[in-house]
Each structure stands twice: as structure tokens, then as C-alpha cells.
Design a protein around this ligand. Structure first.
Ligand SMILES: *Cc1c(COP(=O)(O)O)cnc(C)c1O
Length: 400
């Protein structure tokens, strides 16, 4: 199955390989100049003040909650239509992960559902950029901020993307309606470092906390820990050898090797995004005549060229073509076309049911979407011939 087309995959070329080899030959394998440069370049790209590179987006979500102080006694609301990590991070921090329903168009956290289900103990909201399309962040911010909750945008699907709010173009990570924005560099995402993530913020204070928590909660610069009131009279003392642990942190560092790959991929990002948009346009044109399939819809149609298009997810009326979703996936697979169901509503996972008592019916729109959704191959390495193979395999699902 060498010509099997997965729903997502990385695109690595010689320039990426050369960048990694250069990092391997350098003095630093981790926490060196490549990490600093990757952070600076990423911050510039998304127009944020600070970017902190981490070992994964999961780590970035976990530290975002720790940095904002959300923990025991708090509740965190996210979208049910997401990968597990958007919700699990709340449990890592000792808070309760909870869910508000999605809108039926973009399948993102619905500000009206968020408001309707609001509870006193909600301390943070984690909207997700499903498929690369941003949620209605100004409306979500209005609900959350007026009630004193933090906003952490899970833009794992949104690397390089943007949105249009209040008639203005914004970079994901650069708009003012999130306190922190998280990105993933897993190989199926828009840009890869193997494993890796980034969190961006305009807050100096949150950035400093995130950097400390990334590496065991340790401060090394005397100028920084002086203000924590080091006592010269204690055995701990002060001197050039001293490092101070101020928080219970983790090892969530990214390596120089990964950052070198990230910087090389960052140069190619505009081309990746362009190619994704071309394939989306090709699919949309081919599929828009099918009465049993809905192409991805946009909250704001003007945003079409801002979206990072991590996923191309269609909604299929399986009863209309007389085939179950399992049959459709098998037929596509036989023709070398991969597909994926994204996502099972997170609260339906057995652990969530056992731990929090969540049951089916909690978020009806997400459940309806789950019944119909199927994500088709979308990545920059797809040729027009590959895309046409996907189009043919999908179009012929309704015949015979
Ligand atoms: C991939 C993904 C994550 C986790 O990213 P990792 O870098 O693999 O930890 C979190 N949230 C969403 C929405 C994702 O798609």
C-alpha cells in the first residue's frame, strides 16, 4: 500500500534534513540557540509578544492551566469535538474538565451554549480551532471574561492560520481574545517538529511562569530570584552555584534538534498552507454537487483563505447512500484512501463516564456531528492526481 493516502502526514524535504543534521553537529542538542530562535520566529509569525516552545501541545495545555493558577476546585470548559488533550489538561491540573456544545456550522465551541451552561466554578475556557477554523473568539471572550475566567485557545489545528473578527484580519495567537494560545507540531498537524508544541501570550508574567514550569520550576538567575526574598542567613544561602525551585515544574522542554526542524518547516509554512487551500478548493468544487455530503462550512465565509485547513471534514448522510460509516471507511481504504473520524465527543470516553458521570445526550450537536463526520486526506504532499483519486473514490460511494 505504498500509494495509500493517509488523512494527514508531514512533508519533509532535504532542507529540513540539513537543518536537523546541523543541529546534531552543534554544541547543543537541547535548550540551545535553535530553541530561542524558533520561539522568536514563531512569535513574529503570529504577532504575539512571547512564544514558549514545549515538548508537546499537551504539555503546553497543562502548563497553561498551571500558569493561570487553575486547579483544584475549578472547572474548565472545552469543546467536546476535540482531541482528548484539550480536556485531559484540566484533570492533570486537578480541575474538572467539562464541556459546552458546539455550533452546527463550524463545529466549534458555541458561545451561546457556553453562556447557558455557565457555572460559578468555571475558571478557564478552552476553545478549539477545529480543522483550522477559529471559534467565535470575541463572543466567547465576552462570556468568559465578564465572569472572570481565563481563555486558553487550543489552536493545535491552527498553525499559520488566522481569522477575521470585527472586520479585521488576525493571526491565530495574535488576537486579543485569548490569554494564551497553544499550537501542536505533531506530524499530522500543519508543521512538524516530530513531537512539539508552542504556547504564545502577550503577558510577561504568564510567559515567565511558563518558562519556569517548563524546566522543574527552577530559577537560575540571581537577579530574578532576589525578588522572591532569598534569605542570606539560611543554610540555603546565596552564591554563583545557587538555583532556586519556586514552583513544582516538569521537564517539558523541546530539543534543539526539534527546534531546528521547526525553523526549517516554518520557512516552508506559506507553501504548505497554499497547497492545503488549493486541495480544499479542488475538493469543494468536486463535492458540492453531492446531495448526501456536506463540504466544510465556514462561520465567516470571508475567512476562507485565513484558515490553516488542518482537516477536510465532510458530513455524510450514510442512510442516503445505503452504507454504514464502517463500510465507507473500508471501501475508501480498499481504494488507497485513508479517512478518520474526528472526533468522538470526549465526554463519551469510558474514563470520563466513570470519573465524572458524563452520559450521552450532554452535547447533542456534537453527538449529531460525530454520527456524520469523516475527515478525508489533506496534506501538502498530495498531488492533483492524489486529490482526484480521493474525489473519485468518494463520489462513487453512492453508486452501486
Ligand atoms: C493534536 C492535538 C493536541 C495534542 O497535541 P500534541 O502535540 O500531540 O500533544 C491537542 N489538542 C488538539 C485539538 C489536537 O488536535
Amino acid at each position: 500500500m505504498s500509494d495509500f493516502l493517509p488523512y494527514g502526514r508531514q512533508l519533509i524535504d532535504e532542507s529540513d534534513i540539513d537543518a536537523v543534521v546541523r543541529a546534531l553537529r552543534s554544541d547543543f542538542l537541547t535548550s540551545g540557540p535553535e530553541v530561542d530562535a524558533f520561539e522568536q520566529e514563531f512569535a513574529a509569525l503570529v504577532q504575539a509578544r512571547h512564544a514558549i516552545a514545549l515538548s508537546s501541545a499537551t504539555a503546553a495545555l497543562h502548563l497553561s492551566l498551571l500558569a493561570t493558577g487553575v486547579g483544584a476546585g475549578g472547572r474548565v470548559i472545552t469543546s467536546p469535538n476535540t482531541f482528548l488533550a484539550s480536556a485531559n489538561c484540566a484533570a492533570f491540573a486537578g480541575a474538572i474538565p467539562d464541556f459546552a456544545d458546539i455550533d452546527p456550522v463550524a463545529h466549534n465551541l458555541d458561545p451561546a451554549a457556553l453562556e447557558a451552561g455557565w457555572r460559578e466554578d468555571v475558571k478557564a475556557v478552552i476553545p478549539v480551532t477545529y480543522g483550522g477554523q477559529a471559534a467565535d473568539m470575541p463572543a466567547i471572550a465576552e462570556v468568559a471574561r465578564s465572569r472572570g475566567a481565563w481563555i486558553i485557545e487550543d489552536a493545535s489545528h491552527g498553525v499559520g492560520g488566522g481569522s477575521i473578527y470585527e472586520g479585521k484580519r488576525w493571526k491565530t495567537g495574535g488576537h486579543p481574545w485569548a490569554d494564551l494560545t497553544v499550537f501542536s507540531f505533531h506530524p499530522v498537524k500543519t508543521l512538524t517538529t516530530g513531537e512539539g508544541g508552542m504556547v504564545v501570550t502577550d503577558s510577561d508574567e504568564l510567559a515567565e511562569k511558563l518558562r519556569r514550569l517548563r524546566s522543574h520550576g527552577v530559577e537560575r538567575e540571581p537577579s530574578r530570584f532576589e525578588r522572591f526574598g532569598m534569605d542570606e542567613g539560611t543554610l540555603f544561602g546565596s552564591g554563583p552555584w545557587v538555583y532556586e525551585m519556586q514552583d513544582l515544574g516538569y521537564n517539558y522542554r523541546i530539543t534543539d534538534i526539534q527546534s531546528a526542524l521547526g525553523r526549517s518547516q516554518l520557512k516552508r509554512l506559506p507553501g504548505f498552507l497554499r497547497r492545503r487551500r488549493e486541495i480544499v478548493a479542488r475538493y469543494n468544487e468536486a463535492f458540492s454537487g453531492l446531495d448526501w455530503l456536506k463540504i466544510p462550512r465556514l462561520r465567516n465565509p470571508e475567512e476562507r483563505d485565513e484558515i490553516s485547513w488542518h482537516l477536510y471534514t465532510v458530513e455524510i448522510d450514510f442512510s442516503k447512500i445505503g452504507r454504514s460509516r464502517a463500510e465507507v471507511i473500508a471501501i475508501l481504504r480498499e481504494r488507497g484512501v485513508g479517512s478518520q473520524v474526528l472526533y468522538i465527543p470526549v465526554y463519551l470516553q469510558p474514563w470520563y463516564g466513570r470519573t465524572y458521570g458524563y452520559v450521552a445526550g450532554k452535547c447533542p450537536v456534537a453527538e449529531q456531528f460525530y454520527q456524520k463526520c469523516l475527515s478525508l486526506p489533506l496534506h501538502p504532499g498530495l498531488s492533483n492526481a492524489d486529490a482526484d483519486r480521493v474525489i473519485a473514490a468518494v463520489s462513487e460511494l453512492s453508486e452501486g
